[in-house]
Design a protein around this ligand. Structure first.
Ligand code: GLU
Length: 557
């Protein structure tokens, strides 16, 4: 059949030639070894941790090598499109410090390799589909859903691999007249790749032909070649992911394709498409799936959108994780030697770490919220209290406006946040914004809520202890004088001045000075555990300190 005629029949619109596109998007003028990477999220409105995980890899590879990192919006699946999703993608990545050099942006595209939104690249895709048809490497297929179902049933009965391939691809060798008649009858069609592959069951002893692809994360992959006549252009005239990414990554001159392991099974299709189009393969980097230990079963499993709120990036923002903490944590699961490097370079910016795909796990990256929390404690310790104040304020504006009043007195909050952070063994109480507000809530009268009961040993004396404490309280006492007074109250009321005396002779005392000071701690902070009481009182100020003790005294009456 005359392929050229067929191609013109299917694509009657005025299209640029492949050569014109090649010239429009020339090879990038970059230094040797510079990598060009891209993130290709689909605008479904849901940004998950996997997107960020991949984005870090892309970003590091490009920026470490002096290359280019761009954003491409992959919206070929129009059923899943959600209004406003592009804004969500850009703003959430930006929040976590992911910056693009070119690509789709809030105020339009940046860069010379666009459009960067697949739905606006229709004519480009059609040019290359047309080229494949002209060369006899793709063809229109008019099979209906029903007919495909019948073929599948036949294949099941014959015990062969289901799908449109070989003799089951009935439109493969249609004549021009057959195609014309179908078009005249207004039948919808897709364009399929005319695969040269042969399924295993037709290969006999030798077995199926294999493709070998070098994957930067997984080493050399060997897989059976593709033999399916995969759809490359849907009935709507929109390409499938397979075709769109091949054309885009070629024309945008991507050198490294970083994507999730869920794309591994379709790699043979992509290899055949690159081959048929006569283009070089980019370096693929198939990242590991994010896994977690299931709370119920104790077994490792994939993170699930339905069960695990922590899969969504919104989770980290609404909980108020600092972007630095999330970044630091992701680096630890991205590269197995990161923690070692961090221990040797505690103060270096994460960008100094020499990231490599070779040190990435290929078998599933274990995600652990507790570990993130631990890392976050260390990261927050490195952030000055003034900056933490700003971070919390922004978070509260977006996610917890009910706390906006906490930011009215900047000095007060900064002192609270700085509490115990400069000690020899600094306190590591601060993890993420929502937890921090809970943790420091006792500093604010409207949030203050007693959590722990009075210690058993001193509960009966609580009133007496507080009343003596209040009577002797002098806000200008230094920490030594202050504690001396507590010790005196303890001794006067029959408590040991030192815990070890009480341990030695418990029968001689009601308890020890620690129990007495816990009574005060609980009156002031509502908690049996807290940072240093004297320091807290100095931050709270005299008036608030006295009022707290008085309020508890009134209650104990
Ligand atoms: N649009 C694809 C996805 O969201 C991107 C895969 C790729 O990066 O090639 O999974």
């Amino acid at each position: 059949m005359d392929q050229k005629k067929l191609a013109d029949l299917l694509f009657s619109e005025e299209l640029k030639t492949p050569e014109e596109y090649e010239a429009m998007y020339p090879l990038r003028n970059l230094p040797e070894g510079a990598m060009v990477t891209r993130l290709g999220p689909s605008p479904t409105g849901f940004m998950h941790l996997g997107n960020l995980y991949g984005a870090f890899v892309d970003e590091r590879l490009a920026h470490q090598s002096g290359g280019v990192f761009f954003l491409r919006i992959e919206d070929t699946d129009d059923k899943r499109f959600v209004e406003g999703a592009v804004e969500v993608i850009i703003s959430s990545l930006d929040f976590f410090g992911i910056r693009f050099d070119e690509g789709a942006g809030l105020s339009g595209d940046r860069g010379a390799y666009g459009d960067y939104t697949q739905s606006r690249r229709g004519p480009i895709y059609r040019t290359f589909v047309k080229k494949l048809v002209e060369e006899g490497k793709a063809y229109p297929c008019f099979l209906t859903e029903e007919e495909i179902g019948q073929i599948r049933a036949r294949q099941e009965a014959e015990k062969v691999t289901p799908g449109i391939w070989g003799e089951y691809a009935v439109c493969r060798d249609w004549s021009l007249d057959q195609v014309k008649a179908a078009l005249d009858a207004g039948k919808p069609f897709v364009i399929r790749l005319k695969s040269d592959g042969v399924p295993a069951e037709r290969c006999g002893e030798a077995g199926p032909r294999k493709i070998r692809v070098k994957d930067a994360v997984r080493g050399t992959l060997e897989m059976p070649e593709n033999f399916m006549d995969t759809v490359i252009l849907k009935q709507t005239g929109i390409p499938t992911y397979h075709f769109a990414h091949v054309v885009d990554d070629h024309l945008m001159r991507t050198t490294h394709v970083v994507r999730g392991a869920e794309w591994l099974p379709s790699l043979p299709i992509h290899v055949e498409l690159f081959e048929k189009l006569g283009w070089d393969l980019p370096v693929y980097c198939h990242t590991a799936q994010l896994m977690k230990i299931d709370e119920e079963t104790g077994k490792k499993r994939k993170l699930s959108k339905r069960k695990d709120p922590e899969l969504s990036l919104t989770y980290y923002r609404s909980q108020g994780y600092h972007p630095e903490a999330v970044r630091e944590y992701l680096l630890t699961i991205l590269n197995s030697n990161y923690e070692e490097w961090r221990a040797a370079n505690p103060d270096a910016p994460a960008e100094d770490f020499p990231f490599t795909t070779g040190k990435m796990s290929s078998s599933g990256a274990l995600f652990d919220l507790n570990k993130l929390n631990d890392i976050s404690k260390d990261v927050l310790l490195r952030i000055p209290a003034e900056d933490l104040y700003e971070f919390l304020k922004d978070w509260s504006r977006d996610y917890a406006p009910e706390y906006s009043h906490l930011f009215d007195d900047r000095d007060y909050l900064v002192k609270i946040l700085d509490l115990g952070r400069h000690d020899k063994k600094p306190r590591k109480d601060l993890v993420y914004a929502r937890q921090i507000i809970r943790f420091i809530s006792y500093f604010f009268d409207d949030l203050f809520q007693p959590e722990d009961p009075m210690p058993e040993e001193a509960a009966a004396d609580a009133r007496e202890i507080l009343s003596r404490y209040l009577a002797s309280y002098d806000h200008s006492d230094d920490s030594g004088e202050w504690f001396g007074k507590i010790r005196q109250i303890a001794v006067d009321l029959g408590y040991a001045a030192k815990p070890k005396d009480f341990k030695k002779h418990p029968e001689e005392y009601k308890g020890h000075v620690g129990h007495v000071s816990t009574v005060i701690r609980i009156a002031l902070m509502g908690r049996a555990q807290s940072p240093d009481v004297w320091t807290i009182q100095q931050i709270m100020g005299e008036e608030r300190t006295r009022a707290r003790i008085q309020a508890r005294l009134d209650q104990e009456a």
